[in-house]
Design a protein around this ligand. Structure first.
Ligand SMILES: NC(=O)c1ccc[n+]([C@@H]2O[C@H](COP(=O)([O-])OP(=O)(O)OC[C@H]3O[C@@H](n4cnc5c(N)ncnc54)[C@H](OP(=O)(O)O)[C@@H]3O)[C@@H](O)[C@H]2O)c1
Length: 357
């Protein structure tokens, strides 16, 4: 059964309210929550969010349904080609705009500083909203500017631009004054690249959206980001559940050999204790570590299940999940993008060539 949303109240640094209690058939009483985390902007971000990469035709209904069910964080991006559908879903849900934390991402062909304001305006128009709560730089890679999202030469090699991600960030900083953006963040950055922004720019990123799941825990980097007060949104929080990682041109061997988390014996075992599925345990693991998670699904029962993933995991169970860290990074288009991504981070072995699209 779908649950209604609850307004969060302040309780220390982490904000949480009970959402619902489970029935007496279950041995333990699990209270699901609607946790919100503070951002370094003074704003807040929900722990549990909704990803919108792929399945454009289904996203209007999926976004509407997830909002009606209680999700309050929607993650999208220009390059997903779903911003219009997300905007329509938001309207269709009837949930007031101010109750929703909406994040989108600039794509790499719009990173020239002169192109950044128009790129944001295009997103706002597609999303049919006067502002976004979070604007992310999708990658630290600057593609050649122009209409082509994936500008390639005759041999298929990606063409890069002449400016840097620092130039892009400085242009993004200026957007804050317009009120069209409430917070700024980055995605797929290395530690060194974030340090460069901290050294050379005025506004520190509020968020780093990066790949984190039980198979790629990035504990040291997550610790560093926490110290710097940069909130983490875990993308692909279910690891290689997304078939994209087995189908893309640069699909790594590890994406084919790692079993889906739904089959993880450890997550199944921990799940029995809480009467939760491995997916719910994986999401709760991220939230209990202080991070937001944005699972994608366009399937009704999965959306409902994912909404019930914000609950307290005992410290001992969080610790047990550490053994699943294979440093398996599935999202690594470095070779296609002509740029060594994640250079100082874990899991860059096995990077393959091959086109993204
Ligand atoms: N910043 C970046 O570069 C970046 C990169 C990747 C993703 N993202 C963001 O992160 C979001 C999530 O990442 P993702 O889509 O790669 O992976 P994910 O959310 O970890 O996994 C999605 C897959 O898991 C399935 N699934 C969802 N809930 C399930 C459940 N309860 N039980 C069983 N299967 C379930 C989905 O099935 P169905 O498709 O059948 O519903 C889908 O195939 C994206 O949508 C996007 O917003 C950002």
């Amino acid at each position: 059964m779908l649950r209604s949303a609850f307004r969060a109240v302040t309780r220390g640094a982490t904000l949480a309210v009970p959402r619902t209690s489970f029935s007496s058939q279950i041995a333990r009483t699990i209270t699901t929550r609607a946790t919100q985390f503070p951002l370094n902007t003074g704003g807040r971000i929900p722990a549990l969010g909704f990803g919108t990469f792929q399945d454009a035709d289904a996203q209007e209904d999926a976004v509407s349904q997830c909002l009606k069910a209680g999700f309050r964080l929607i993650d999208t991006a220009q390059v997903y080609n779903v911003e219009k559908e997300v905007g329509r879903g938001l309207k269709k849900s009837g949930v007031p705009r101010e109750e929703v934390f909406l994040a989108t991402k600039l794509w790499c062909n719009t990173f020239h500083p002169d192109d950044v304001p128009a790129a944001l305006d295009a997103s706002l128009e597609a999303l049919d909203t006067p502002y976004v709560d979070l604007l992310l730089m999708h990658y630290p890679v600057v593609f050649q500017r122009g209409e082509e999202r994936f500008p390639r030469d005759a041999s298929g090699k990606m063409l890069l631009g002449k400016t840097t991600f620092v130039d892009t960030w400085k242009a993004m900083e200026k957007l804050l004054e317009s009120g069209k953006v409430k917070a700024l963040g980055v995605s797929n950055f290395s530690q060194g690249e974030i340090q460069k922004l901290l050294d050379e720019c005025s506004v520190p990123p509020a968020v780093h959206q990066m790949e984190v799941h039980p198979y790629l825990q990035q504990q040291a980097f997550n610790g560093w980001l926490k110290e710097k007060k940069i909130h983490v949104i875990q993308f692909s929080p279910l690891g290689n559940m997304n078939p994209f990682y087995r189908q893309t041109g640069w699909s790594k061997d590890i994406a084919h050999t790692t079993p889906p988390i739904t089959e993880s014996p450890l997550l199944l075992e921990i799940g029995k204790k809480y009467n939760k599925t491995p997916v719910q345990i994986a999401l709760a693991w991220g939230i209990n570590n202080g991070r937001s998670v944005i699972p994608k699904s366009v399937v009704d029962w999965q959306i409902e299940q994912n909404l019930e993933a914000d609950f307290e995991l005992e410290a001992a169970d969080i610790e047990r999940i550490s053994v699943m860290d294979q440093k398996a990074r599935f999202n690594d288009p470095s070779a296609d993008y002509q740029y060594r991504l994640y250079s100082d981070l874990e899991g860059i072995e096995g990077t393959k060539e091959g086109f993204t699209h």
